[in-house]
Design a protein around this ligand. Structure first.
Ligand SMILES: C[S@@+](CC[C@H](N)C(=O)[O-])C[C@H]1O[C@@H](n2cnc3c(N)ncnc32)[C@H](O)[C@@H]1O
Length: 274
């Protein structure tokens, strides 16, 4: 007989050597197992687990480095719970800054149509569609699996009528009239970079890596924005400021700025159309 409190204690002990936040993750997995809110766990302390082996199988998966988000099928982004599944990148907290930068520009200019390249789970497009009820979004991805996850999130948040998903590369087939602003958090990790096992072994490499120094797609997106004479906002790696700045100079782009994440690292840029 194992109570919820005992199972939690054991799970924390098992996770300790492997994960950064063992208590938090043990609680998330126990709440998932018991199908309740994490905040309700204390009330269920003395409950005897009916199937402790099923709970500890979840812990085993986490011990094999599977991200907790793929195990539970949920991820928090911009204060909302999104659906997530293998095949789509788990949205990261720093990407919320891209949403804030985009929201500021959309508000300032009264933008009504945007395009997102590499929609993944749909976290960015869904959040913006919810913030701006008049906004229309075309969101592309080359991964059918990612598009399926995005579709589920569009449905979950009721924005299917304003966010159109396209299975295409970059903006192929997207008419210039469909966008006044381009957004993207493209794959930007330089080829050959070693990533943590929870990322490298479980998240799609096509969502992470770009050839060479990782800026190929970022540069391509800047080109597209210039061709279409619209601004672009992109997330990038903390060490990609220099190569991107060199590219802006090479292209004669004067109006741009970089933004930082909460750790103070360079994390993205905005290029204006003029
Ligand atoms: C870093 S993930 C970002 C996902 C999501 N937008 C987010 O911020 O969490 C990059 C996404 O770009 C997609 N992708 C890669 N190359 C692409 C291309 N050429 N055109 C469109 N999407 C692409 C990947 O499949 C992946 O879903």
């Amino acid at each position: 007989m194992v109570t919820a409190a005992e199972a939690l204690q054991e799970a924390v002990k098992l996770l300790q050597p492997v994960v950064e936040r063992p208590r938090l993750e043990a609680e998330i997995l126990l709440a998932y197992h018991l199908d309740c809110e994490r905040s309700r766990l204390l009330l269920r302390d003395r409950e005897v687990l009916e199937k402790p082996e099923v709970f500890f199988a979840l812990i085993e998966r986490r011990l094999a480095h599977e991200p907790v988000e793929y195990i539970t099928g949920g991820v928090s982004f911009y204060g909302e719970e999104f659906f997530i599944a293998p095949g789509a990148l788990i949205p990261r907290p720093e990407t919320e800054i891209l949403v804030d930068e985009a929201a500021a520009l959309i508000r300032e200019r009264g933008i009504r149509r945007i395009a997102e390249i590499g929609v993944g789970s749909g976290a960015i497009s869904v959040t913006l569609a919810r913030l701006f009820p008049g906004l229309r979004i075309v969101a592309t991805d080359i991964s059918m699996e990612a598009l399926e996850v995005a579709r589920e999130n569009l449905r979950r948040f009721g924005v299917e009528d304003r966010v159109t998903l396209r299975h295409t590369s970059l903006l192929e087939g997207v008419e210039p009239s469909e966008t006044e602003l381009i957004l993207s958090n493209p794959p930007y990790v330089a080829e050959g970079t070693e990533l943590e096992p929870n990322v490298a072994d479980y998240e799609p490499s096509s969502a992470l890596y770009a050839p060479g120094d990782g800026t190929v797609l970022l540069r391509r997106i800047v080109d597209l924005a210039r061709e279409r004479r619209v601004p672009a906002i992109c997330e990038m790696g903390f060490d990609q400021c220099k190569p991107m700045e060199a590219y802006f100079r090479e292209k004669g782009i004067e109006h741009y700025r970089f933004y930082r994440d909460l750790a103070g690292l360079d994390r993205g840029f905005i290029v204006m159309e003029n």
